[in-house]
Write a protein that binds this ligand. Structure first.
Ligand SMILES: [Zn+2]
Ligand SMILES: [Zn+2]
Length: 230
């Protein structure tokens, strides 16, 4: 038996482009047969829904609302909900896992770091970086940024891509640099879940189980749009 997880998704509470609340996202993933989700809202350097001009700690509290609402609903309905975020640099997106709200509150300096310093700092603190959709080419992205020495893994399937070449190139990149791989939907709307993510043989109990599965290359299956209604 395989267990299904969505490691890349957004909420209305924290992402400017999020269409559904954390609770709605949790409910719909459960309804579609997922065992868990990782909430990865856009951080303040991306399409954030959090007002710019508040004190740092207040911003972090607002940023975590989507996750917290998803987690509360997930606990009620039996869906695992883990925390992460999507950190942006010049149109490139770095999914960050394994660190929490307390860590974020302590480290406002991450906003001023160079992207490779940020990635190394996250790793030093026990976190893990996945380069999301590295070959996405949409008009808001002005260049392709690759930092293979500073990321832990590559998202080689992003189910929101309409052109599969973007995924094929990400796969080539990961293979070429021998980087571990994972997949994610990048869903923003509970009414339109994109149906990607991963399957593993053992249920994930913590975010570190996910990180280990990626690092050890023990993910059983990567999915692209095939979870929906199955
Ligand atoms: Zn978005
Ligand atoms: Zn995303």
């Amino acid at each position: 038996m395989l267990y299904r997880y969505e490691p890349h998704m957004h909420t209305f509470e924290a992402s400017g482009c999020g269409r559904s609340t954390g609770a709605e996202m949790a409910e719909m993933h459960k309804a579609k047969g997922y065992d868990g989700i990782i909430v990865t809202d856009h951080f303040f350097n991306g399409n954030s829904a959090v007002p710019y001009d508040l004190p740092w700690e207040e911003k972090i509290d607002l940023f975590c609302k989507g996750y917290e609402n998803a987690k509360a609903r997930g606990d009620e309905i039996g869906l695992k909900v883990f925390f992460g975020w999507e950190f942006t640099y010049a149109g490139a997106d770095f999914l960050t896992y394994g660190l929490d709200k307390t860590w974020l509150k302590k480290h406002p300096e991450i906003m001023d770091m160079k992207i490779y310093d940020y990635c190394d700092f996250v790793a030093e603190c026990g976190g893990f970086i996945v380069h999301a959709h590295p070959f996405r080419q949409y008009n808001y992205i002005k260049k392709i940024t690759l930092i293979p020495d500073n990321v832990g893994a590559v998202e080689i399937i992003n189910s929101s891509h309409f052109d599969e070449k973007m995924n094929d190139r990400a796969k080539w990149y990961a293979e070429s640099f021998n980087l571990p791989v994972t997949a994610g939907s990048d869903s923003h709307d509970a009414k339109n879940l994109l149906g990607g993510g991963i399957s593993v043989e053992k249920p994930l109990e913590t975010i570190f189980d996910y990180i280990e599965a990626v690092k050890k290359r023990s993910i059983a299956k990567l999915h692209n749009k095939d979870f929906i209604n199955k």
